[in-house]
Design a protein. Structure first.
Length: 211
């Protein structure tokens, strides 16, 4: 019995010590991410104080990476982000007077761009990385109201940039997962829109056929 338990424990320790395959030049991967979008600066400041009054929302999107070296990847990414007006200011308008029970303000951002990613060299299954990217984002604000003179929407497309730190973990075969925190800056008028996304992702790797 003791011998059997020892063999099982030894086998498990070997499995846990085996690292996932290292990314290599020519490898490709597709990631699907989703998480929370935390407004910052004037984007989060209340409307009464001159801001947009956005509350915490959600963000999701895909990305594609191509390894140009064993540590550096270039790629493209897209995202959809949604935030609503904070509940304090929304409820003030809903309760009135005059009451406007359907009042809400929704902010959405649909963007895409290119990025470069640096993977820190490690020997285990934990793979930290840094990412920097630029792109274009369509900003849209929609006001829902019972007052036709107040209801409406507007949109504009602006240049933006992002910087992120992430950690990927080894999964099963070519499938991995991880976490990423990204700071986003968009050159909106009159004030830039800034927010932080904290997301979990699934990564699907495609290694070179010769490997």
């Amino acid at each position: 019995m003791f011998r059997k338990a020892t063999l099982v424990a030894g086998a498990l320790s070997l499995v846990l010590m085996v690292p996932v395959a290292h990314a290599a030049k020519g490898d490709m991967s597709i990631s699907l991410a989703g998480g929370v979008a935390i407004p910052m600066g004037d984007f989060s400041k209340k409307v009464a104080d001159g801001g947009a009054g956005a509350s915490m929302g959600f963000t999701a999107g895909p990305s594609f990476d191509y390894m140009i070296t064993d540590a550096v990847a270039i790629g493209v990414d897209g995202s959809f982000t949604s935030n609503n007006l904070n509940t304090d200011e929304r409820d003030l308008v809903r309760t009135g007077p005059p009451a406007d029970p359907d009042f809400n303000v929704k902010y959405t951002m649909l963007g895409g761009g290119a990025h470069i990613k640096y993977h820190f060299p490690t020997e285990g299954s934990i793979k930290p990385y840094l990412l920097g990217g630029v792109g274009m984002t369509n900003l849209k604000a929609k006001i829902e109201s019972n007052d036709p003179s107040l209801a409406g929407e507007g949109s504009d497309t602006k240049f933006g940039a992002q910087g992120a730190f992430g950690v990927a973990f080894g999964g099963s075969g070519s499938v991995g997962y991880g976490l990423e925190a990204a700071y986003h800056w968009i050159s909106a008028d009159p004030n830039a829109v800034t927010w932080v996304g904290v997301s979990a992702f699934l990564n699907f790797g495609m290694q070179q056929a010769s490997k």
